[in-house]
Design a binder for this molecule. Sequence first.
Ligand SMILES: Nc1ncnc2c1ncn2[C@@H]1O[C@H](COP(=O)(O)OP(=O)(O)OP(=O)(O)O)[C@@H](O)[C@H]1O
Ligand SMILES: [Mg+2]
Length: 319
Amino acid sequence: MSEQGGRQGGAGAPIDPRQWEASRSAPATEDTRARYTEGEEVPDNIREQTREGEDPYQWHSGRTREHGSTDAVEFIDVKKSFGRNTILNGLNLGLPDNQISMILGPSGTGKSVCIKHMVGLLYPDEGDVLVHGESVPNMADDELFEMRKKFGVLFQDGALFGSMNVFDNTAFPLRQHTEKGEEEIAEIVNRRLQEVGLTSARDKMPNELSGGMRKRAGFARALVLDPDIVLFDEPDSGLDPVRTALLCELIQEVHAENGGAYCVITHDIMSARRVADYIAILWKGRIVESGPASELFNSDNQFVRQFLSGEAQGPLGME
Ligand SMILES: Nc1ncnc2c1ncn2[C@@H]1O[C@H](COP(=O)(O)OP(=O)(O)OP(=O)(O)O)[C@@H](O)[C@H]1O
Ligand SMILES: [Mg+2]
């Protein structure tokens, strides 16, 4: 991640696998691009989130602490705006393989937008997004289709099909993306439903399920294609603390069983403490700091400390 500043991403730039190899063993660094540089134009909507007279990126060191793994997903100098609203403003981020990563950040900072870039539902205006070293924005439609099979995604609301029962919802990706017969599909689906504790709910319709059950069904469905990368957009939203804890445990167990890169987006610092191996904090379109969870929870960066302890006092206000 850290050695790639000079690489041109985006429009048509081919990816040199040797550069990718080099990036895999890059040492920990401070990413100076995360800071404000003299004369840089700061978009109005980011300026508005900054107190009068302050440097909008004063807490952003972009510090990337070594995670000891390769990057499954990388964002390189990604910029993304919707009209005059700049969401990602030069984002650099690597998500390690075989670990549970969490992207944390205040509401509306672009966490869901990040997830959509990973699976090619949104494209960067500038910069590049790599999955296993391959540029997502440069993929042809058929490559994108293949690439998406690497992913299991649990969207913010579980997104089950209301007209299908739990079994059929879970079987859907297998029927859609594979040539497997019904017998094999049933075997896979039953195994995944058992894993998430929904065996007895397999014939229920989504509207008969509790919020927690719906999340677990979404999780089972996200796993049926044996994905290399699993994305969870706020798996804990709308759950009570006990169900959140159980879901976190489930995520850890399933990850220990299956491996792969898990990326969890959450507001919940307790969840982060429980399950994160790696944490990246997103604010104002850039990473404030990222690294192994244990190190971030001990960061001396005031913003990181405030955010991870959920305190009202500190650099982050309501502005
Ligand atoms: N397709 C879109 N068109 C226009 N604006 C969008 C679009 N998608 C996201 N945005 C804007 O981008 C910003 C970031 O949205 P995003 O959903 O990524 O936030 P988030 O960090 O996931 O927030 P939350 O924690 O509340 O889920 C918001 O201001 C949102 O309005
Ligand atoms: Mg979101």
